[in-house]
Every structure is written in structure tokens, then in C-alpha cells.
Design a protein around this ligand. Structure first.
Ligand code: ADP
Ligand code: TRP
Length: 321
């Protein structure tokens, strides 16, 4: 059972990304074959600075490897190192109704936000379908925002099979409704677009300042806080501290006597220590770029073997060969 997912090289990852996407993906490695790739072709629909693309591609590779993506177990590559995906995207595009793409939420959202639309942005779901179908993928774990793209992928695969005979595996989306939405330092959903993130890796001083700056109410420390479970710093602390430690802080908030500054200090320490080992691994990897490049190339080689086989099937079925 092959699981596949794509990760956009869209900048510095935060703890929302970690708990919502990375940790489940890393855990999935123990349950079956995983194919994970960095979607650099997709990033071209919105980012046009080559240096920015290179930096983010490397950054995302470092983040994932540091957090436990194991290249001995999983296939990890850069999308553009397997250019067969663009040929499949073209073939699938010829079977994709305009109306299907015109209904895409992500396209409508991006154009509404003022991104000037190009063909690539419009065709984004077709390339994503090619990513998935090129590897005979069965399961695609994604966030809720990608649900429609997965439905489109299934529609396109079914259309191909109806037109040219059974060729492509029709995948299932694995939408993670059960995963909590991690709040940012302002209490809204943590998102890089809201400037409220706690990054996974970064400068200690700046991150400490971020956490100490979490906005709290103005009740004095001595006052009991019967609503302690709604406290934002406590909610975040629960992600990092052992359950008994978090419970102890909750009790002290309820009883009165615990200052918010002390709670935030504890939050920072637990957060910082949680990623200490990953931080050290990331620094090692960052100093050894050749190794990271070799991992991605080796992954691309493994991915490409599958890609060539599936594309061969597609070319024969459709009369290109
Ligand atoms: P952002 O909102 O910062 O732009 P992305 O949309 O790039 O993040 O999300 C990448 C992955 O991280 C997705 O799978 C998404 O579901 C997950 N994710 C992002 N923010 C959160 C959050 N606050 N809580 C849980 N998961 C999140
Ligand atoms: N569109 C996905 C996102 O923005 C990234 C992506 C590209 C992807 N190709 C994929 C995800 C294939 C799953 C499968 O998060």
C-alpha cells in the first residue's frame, strides 16, 4: 500500500506544520511504503525568485530529514528531478474538463487574494493529479484544504481509465479531520500568512521573545483562574510537556499564585528541549549539503523507476507508443 504526499517548499516550517503534517507523515513510515516529495514545480505558480526556491527547497529537505524522515525506509525526492511528471500532466490535461478546473477553490482563493493567474496556477490540480497517479499511489494523506484536489485526481484517473482502458490506480484521500488545529501566539490558527507562528527551527532569542509575547489577560497572578484550560500558553505547553507536568501547571493556574511569565518560561523550555535532538541533526545536515543532495538524488532514482513504468503503461494505452 503506497502512501504519497507532496510538500510545498514554502518557507520556514512552524509547529502547526509539525503536528498537523510532519509528525503523522513520519509516523506513517512504520506502517508501509512512503513516497514524499518536495513540490518545487508547484512552487513556480507563485514564487519567481530562483534563490528563494533553492533556499526553501533545501530548508524543507533539512527540516524533514532532521525530524525523522528516514531515506533508508522512505523515498524522498525533489519533484523536478523526475520530469516524467510533466509529460503525464500534459496527457491528463487533455482529459480534464475546463469546468472542473474553473471550480477549484484554491485557484479562486489565490486569484481573489490578488495573485495574477497564470496557466500553471490554473493547471495546478492537473500537475498534482500527475504527482499522485505517476506512482500508482493508493493513499494520500493531506489537510482538509486539499480535499477537492484529491477528488479531481480521482475524476481524472477514472476518465483516463474510461477513455483508454484500465491503466491508472484510483487513489483514496486520507483527510485528517481528527488532527487538532494548533493555535498561533494570537490564538488564531497558526499560519505563516498570519505572522503568528512558532517556528520549528530558528534563532533562540527571537523564539523566546515570540513565546514571552503571547498575549494574556491582565488578572494578577494571585487570582484563581477557573478557566485555566482555555489558557493559550497552557494549551501549547500540553503539546510539549509530559501530561503530569502540564496538569500541575493547570492546577496552579486554577488555584491562583502562578504568574503568566513563569508559565510562558516553562512553555519555552519544554518547546526548545522537544526539538533539541532534531536541531542538532539539522545543523549537522546543513553542514553537509552534499549528503542532502545525494539523498534527494537517490530518492529521485528510486521514484523514477516507478514513474517510467507507469508512464510507459500510459503511453501504450493512449497510443503514443
Ligand atoms: P500555512 O498555513 O502556514 O501556510 P500550509 O498551508 O503550508 O501552512 O500547511 C502545510 C501543512 O501543515 C498542511 O498539511 C496543513 O494541514 C498543516 N498545518 C498548517 N497549519 C496548521 C495548524 N495551525 N495546525 C495543524 N496543522 C497545520
Ligand atoms: N498541493 C499540496 C499543498 O499545497 C502539495 C502537493 C503537490 C501535494 N502535489 C501533491 C500533496 C500530491 C499531495 C499529493 O499542500
Amino acid at each position: 500500500m503506497r502512501t504519497l504526499t507532496g510538500i510545498q517548499p514554502s518557507g520556514t516550517l512552524h509547529i502547526g506544520n509539525y503536528f498537523g503534517a510532519m509528525r503523522p507523515a513520519i509516523e506513517a513510515q512504520t506502517r508501509g511504503e512512503c513516497f514524499y516529495f518536495i513540490a518545487d514545480y508547484h512552487s513556480m505558480t507563485t514564487v519567481t525568485d530562483p534563490e528563494e526556491r533553492r533556499r526553501h527547497t533545501l530548508g524543507v529537505a533539512l527540516d524533514w530529514l532532521a525530524c525523522g524522515l528516514d531515506p533508508a525506509r522512505s523515498v524522498f525526492w525533489r519533484q523536478s528531478d523526475v520530469p516524467e511528471v510533466t509529460e503525464l500532466a500534459w496527457i491528463l490535461g487533455t482529459l480534464t474538463p475546463m469546468g472542473l478546473l474553473e471550480r477549484a477553490h484554491s485557484y479562486k482563493d489565490k486569484t481573489a487574494r490578488g495573485i495574477s493567474p497564470n496557466f500553471g496556477l490554473f493547471a495546478y490540480p492537473v500537475l498534482m493529479a500527475a504527482d499522485i497517479l505517476l506512482y500508482d499511489t493508493r493513499r494520500v494523506p493531506v489537510g482538509r484544504d486539499q480535499k477537492q484536489h484529491l477528488e479531481m485526481t480521482r475524476d481524472i484517473a477514472i476518465k483516463f481509465n474510461q477513455t483508454y482502458g484500465e491503466t491508472l490506480v484510483v487513489p483514496e484521500a486520507e483527510i485528517r479531520e481528527d488532527l487538532a488545529v494548533i493555535p498561533g501566539v494570537d490564538g488564531q490558527k497558526m499560519s505563516k500568512s498570519y505572522g503568528n507562528t512558532i517556528d520549528l527551527f530558528g534563532d533562540e532569542k527571537a523564539l523566546r521573545k515570540r513565546i514571552m509575547g503571547i498575549v494574556m489577560d491582565s488578572r494578577p497572578p494571585a487570582e484563581p483562574k477557573p478557566d485555566a484550560d482555555r489558557n493559550l500558553a497552557l494549551q501549547l505547553l500540553r503539546l510539549f510537556a509530559p501530561a503530569d507536568v502540564a496538569r500541575d501547571f493547570e492546577d496552579r493556574l486554577r488555584a491562583g499564585g502562578l504568574g503568566y511569565g513563569d508559565l510562558k518560561k516553562a512553555l519555552f523550555e519544554h518547546y526548545w528541549n522537544t526539538f533539541a535532538a532534531a536541531r542538532a541533526r539539522r545543523a549537522e545536515l546543513a553542514a553537509n549539503r552534499d549528503h542532502v543532495e545525494a539523498v534527494l538524488r537517490e530518492g529521485a532514482g528510486r521514484a523514477r523507476k516507478v514513474a517510467r513504468e507507469v508512464l510507459g503503461r500510459v503511453r501504450r494505452a493512449s497510443g503514443l507508443e
